[in-house]
Design a protein around this ligand. Structure first.
Ligand code: AP5
Ligand code: MG
Length: 217
């Protein structure tokens, strides 16, 4: 099988992380989330984590060079050679170009870019009710509740709310998305790999559409 690189595109709260985890598991490839990698660094109090924190808490993007270096480092691990579901990367045209270059080294390219479309008012509601596990599993108090309130189903550790999920920060993240990330819709459309998905459906229906899209490519 040739390696399959998939880029999940969509605004904050669209369901990229939720769907990327399911997709990666179904395809037997890794899930690479730059947001999760930054949060892991934050938790471990690394230099990278400290640098990223100020940008993340303000709802701003971490600078391209720092982000690209982190992704290159992640891709140097052998588990990425079979393919990956990228979630939250690329997020700027410069990052998209860097990814194209990186995949050339693997003799590969981005195969499909599911663009999960969800209106802004829904995004704010989703993010204000989101509960996260330490390892990056995603719940929602109403739409995807854990079996026991505030406890991770898998390892029993407490769930938390993300610092950047406050309504005012969420609104700023949506602006940043519209300014800096939305241009990628065109970028991938021109390459013929964009596939729009209705992200307002229930989680399982979005996933069914996603699987269909990926299998057709
Ligand atoms: P990141 O962690 O990537 O955040 P994001 O893009 O803002 O996206 P989210 O994780 O908030 O949303 P999601 O689409 O994954 O939705 P989810 O599945 O959780 O980035 C955070 C920060 O890190 C950035 O702001 C930036 O500072 C930095 N960063 C990261 N990558 C970077 C990069 N490449 N360059 C520069 N900086 C970078 O779902 C949301 C909620 O909705 C959950 O509660 C879920 O249960 C629920 N839900 C999901 N699907 C449905 C559904 N179909 N119906 C009902 N509820 C649903
Ligand atoms: Mg996410």
């Amino acid at each position: 099988m040739t390696a399959m690189y998939i880029v999940m595109l969509g605004p904050p709260g669209a369901g990229k992380g939720t769907q990327a985890k399911k997709l990666a598991q179904a395809l037997g490839i890794v899930h690479v989330s730059t947001g999760d990698l930054f949060r892991e660094n934050l938790k471990n109090e690394t230099e990278l984590g400290k640098l990223a924190q100020t940008f993340m808490n303000a709802g701003e993007l971490v600078p391209d060079d720092v982000t690209v270096r982190m992704v290159e480092d992640r891709f140097s691990r052998p588990d990425c050679a079979k393919g990956a579901v990228l979630d939250g990367f690329p997020r700027t045209p410069a990052q998209a170009q860097a990814l194209d270059e990186l995949l050339k080294k693997f003799d590969s390219r981005v195969k499909v870019v599911p663009y999960i479309k969800v209106p802004d008012d829904v995004l704010v509601e989703r993010l204000s009710g989101r509960w996260m596990s330490q390892s990056g599993r995603v719940y929602h108090e109403k739409y995807n509740p854990p079996k026991v309130k505030w406890i991770d189903d898998v390892d029993g550790t407490p769930l938390y709310q993300r610092e950047d999920d406050k309504p005012e920060t969420v609104r700023h993240r949506i602006e940043v998305y519209n300014d800096q990330t939305a241009p990628l819709i065109n970028y991938y459309q021109e390459k013929g790999v964009l596939a729009e998905i209705d992200g307002t459906q229930a989680i399982e229906s979005v996933f069914a559409d996603l699987m269909n899209t990926v299998e057709k490519k």
